[in-house]
Design a protein around this ligand. Structure first.
Ligand SMILES: [Mn+2]
Length: 472
């Protein structure tokens, strides 16, 4: 009987596994996610339970949602990519009746009718088979599931969103959150729980495992190919949106799901807006183009910025600012290794930029550097473009297998208090750096940074120059 049951389970699973063909084969393995859950459990205090919800779905247009993006913490711990789910990780083994487990995962129920409309669902059996989690139930089972939250010394959870839709089923994210709050007796978020959750996920995620480094390498490399192709394709008649589109095409050509953040593609004055996102200037003319664009590959975000002249040649002023930002970046690279305090990265960049701006006569005293360099030099990079990491002040130092950005910049908007020959020059150069014991590896080295090399690449032809489409 048991064999027969196993046979049918196998059939169902096989059916599920084969239900979608030609999927990528380089997703994180279930062993990776299992290892991360175990590492998470090791950092939990005694007699505690951690609760990790999926992200909410968000409306794009009336009854159409944005493409769903999973909560990176839940993805990291499970590989599950669907909404309406909640994971419980227990520090100790729980024995309820005949059942024994140290994690329980509630997922979206399979529903043939809904799946025709909104896509395949892994369901309970698929989650067990593909993600290797053994205790899995439908979200609808959570309400009657016995978890006595009062017996735990600590319940660890992340911020609870209060602006999500309620499909009234009781087992969408809204229903799961409500049920959790009632069961756990939570009326108000406990800052200590949020703090513990952040500390644990940051401690894990700030150090990349070899599997993660492989995916990061891929994400960053293919983003570099995209930057290089735009450098070749660029011309004064191109629109910001078209440059954005070339990035997007190349990302997808290499199998990336999309971009890790809204692309910043800004010419001239637009390049001086730090998080410019309209990308709607119809012509580049003879301006500088700042492109801060990175792919998301299997969850992992690249974050690469290149600044290039649309006509292929830097002016003297553009070159002077560009070289200064380049020098700042080089100075920071030199101290990229385990043990360097994180704040030294920004201090070093600011020092070089302040000296340079003084020399060019753009500022009168060192303090004014923050007018033209208003942001920091580095952030962690990974599943989130501004990835989680434990920054605890001046003593926090770089560690082996962290991945950070190094991204100095200078932005001189029109009407700045300097010679107007500098106006509307915005330059940022951003690379993705893997920290090693005594050195670093620049994962984005495939895209040129030296102004001479950029001009050389810009003089080459791109396959996109040959693309002929009808006029409309
Ligand atoms: Mn960045």
């Amino acid at each position: 009987m048991k064999q027969l049951f196993l046979f049918f389970t196998f059939l169902i699973c096989t059916n599920l596994i084969h239900s979608q063909e030609n999927l990528p084969t380089d997703y994180l393995s279930k062993e990776f996610h299992e290892g991360r859950r175990e590492a998470f459990r090791n950092l939990m205090p005694a007699n505690s339970v951690a609760v990790i919800f999926s992200y909410p779905e968000r409306v794009f247009s009336r009854d159409i949602n944005y493409n769903f993006h999973q909560n990176p913490d839940l993805y990291y711990l499970t590989g599950y990519k669907e909404p309406d789910a909640v994971l419980f990780i227990f520090k100790e083994i729980q024995n309820i009746g005949a059942d024994s487990y140290n994690e329980v995962f509630f997922v979206r129920e399979r529903n043939a009718a809904r799946e025709i409309w909104t896509g395949r669902r892994l369901g309970v059996e698929g989650t067990k088979a593909k993600l290797g989690i053994s205790t899995v139930y439908n979200g609808g089972d959570f309400k009657d599931f016995t978890i006595d939250f009062k017996k735990f010394s600590k319940i660890i959870y992340d911020k609870i969103p209060n602006d999500i839709t309620n499909d009234t089923s009781g087992f969408d994210l809204f229903g799961l959150l409500q049920t959790f709050k009632v069961k756990a007796g939570i009326n108000q978020e406990d800052p200590a729980s949020l703090g513990t959750f952040y500390d644990i996920t940051s401690t894990l995620r700030e150090i990349k495992t070899p599997e993660e480094v492989d995916l990061m390498r891929k994400s960053v490399r293919l983003s570099c190919v995209a930057h290089n192709e735009v450098m070749k394709a660029i011309n004064t008649e191109m629109s910001e949106n078209e440059a954005d589109g070339i990035h997007a095409y190349i990302h997808r050509k290499y199998g990336a799901e999309g971009e890790g953040y809204p692309p910043i593609v800004g010419v001239g004055a637009n390049g001086c807006i730090l998080h410019y996102g309209e990308n709607n200037s119809t012509k580049m003319n003879n301006q500088l183009l700042l492109m801060d664009v990175g792919s998301e590959y299997h969850g992992y975000s690249a974050d690469v910025t290149r600044t290039i002249p649309a006509n292929g040649k830097f002016t003297e002023e553009q070159k002077a600012i560009y070289q200064l930002v380049y020098d700042a970046q080089e100075a920071v690279f030199k101290i990229c290794k385990e043990g360097t305090p994180l704040i030294d990265l920004n201090t070093t960049a600011r020092e070089v930029l302040a000296n340079g701006l003084l020399k060019l006569g753009i500022i009168k005293n060192r303090e004014e550097v923050k007018i033209y360099y208003p942001h920091g030099c580095s952030h962690f990079l990974g599943l989130d473009v501004h990835d989680k990491g434990n920054f605890k002040g001046a003593k926090t130092a770089l560690k082996e297998n962290m991945i950070i950005t190094v991204e100095p910049g200078i932005y001189i908007p029109a009407n700045s208090n300097c010679d107007k020959k500098w106006w509307n020059i915005g330059v940022r150069i951003e690379d993705d750096i893997l920290i090693k014991k005594d050195s670093y590896e620049n994962l984005s080295a495939e895209s040129p940074r030296k102004w001479e090399e950029i001009e050389k690449l810009a003089s080459e032809k791109s396959t996109f120059n040959e693309l002929k489409l009808p006029k409309i």
